[in-house]
Design a protein around this ligand. Structure first.
Ligand code: PAF
Length: 256
């Protein structure tokens, strides 16, 4: 497995694969890899000759009061997981931004509402770094988890609008046996908070059976102990919610 630390070296490697007639799948991540990420890797492994995982905690998608500094960075464990999964290259740059970086990608419809209300600069940072990663790894396909439903909507729209030659492959949410959607941020939860958090996946599942799923879910979550509702919204055929459990923000969604 190659560890690549800059964009030019990654482009060179990917071009050499393409010249040999091989297809390339990219799994963009911020590291702290869990079973959800590894499901993306397995899917990419089945559909492509080569698989690249990018590990980069992207500073431009974090607001000033968010957890960029404390975001987990277990680099050695991440690399071991990638090696065991048969990944061909890990793109792990120190930075992807020149010091005088001044160009942004701003998707202006899907990036409104839901997570954008409490994270106003988040999707500009995501769209910008994802386009950079696509231009760097030059994949045929790129894989994203449906847990970040709005992120998938933004990226699909960006790729369509800007004619980026890549197929975006959304992959279903992976859950723990108790129902909680896997997330790198679950490790911030105390055992008690983790128990409290379970009402999020359970009530999402119940809500879609109700006549007014959004209102019903908002009511149930706002009464749940230890929880503060950030939003409940339906968008693009999914019922989506974000909540705070202590200082940890969790998101989840289900198909309506
Ligand atoms: O979903 C994530 O981990 C990140 O938002 C992504 C897509 C890797 C961009 O930094």
């Amino acid at each position: 497995m190659k560890i690549v630390s800059n964009a030019q070296a990654m482009q060179k490697l990917s071009r050499s694969w393409h010249r040999a007639g091989e297809t390339v799948g990219l799994v963009p991540t911020m590291g702290a890899l869990h079973r959800g990420h590894m499901t993306l890797v397995e899917t990419a492994r089945k559909q492509n000759d080569r698989v690249v995982v990018s590990i980069y905690v992207n500073p431009t998608q974090f607001g000033p009061k968010e957890d960029f500094g404390k975001y987990p960075r277990p680099r050695r464990e991440d690399l071991a997981l990638c090696r065991a999964a048969g990944v061909d290259a890990v793109l792990a740059p120190e930075t992807l931004y020149p010091p005088d970086f001044s160009t942004w990608v701003e998707e202006t419809v899907q990036s409104k509402g839901r997570c954008a209300v409490s994270r106003p600069i988040h999707f500009r940072g995501v769209a910008t770094v994802v386009l950079k990663l696509l231009n760097t790894a030059l994949p045929d396909r790129a894989y994203f988890g449906r847990k970040d439903a709005q992120q998938v909507d933004v990226i699909e729209r960006m790729v369509r609008d800007l004619d980026v030659p890549v197929k975006i492959v959304p992959v279903e949410i992976v859950r723990d046996s108790d129902g909680l959607a896997l997330s790198s941020r679950n490790r911030y939860l105390s055992p008690e908070q983790r128990q409290q958090a379970l009402i999020l996946p359970h009530s999402l599942r119940e809500a879609v059976k109700q006549k007014q799923p959004v209102a019903w879910l908002r009511r149930v979550l706002s009464r749940a102990p230890g929880m503060k509702v950030d939003y409940v919204e339906s968008a693009n055929g999914r019922l989506c919610a974000a909540v705070w459990v202590g200082k940890t923000r969790l998101i989840d969604n289900v198909k309506i």
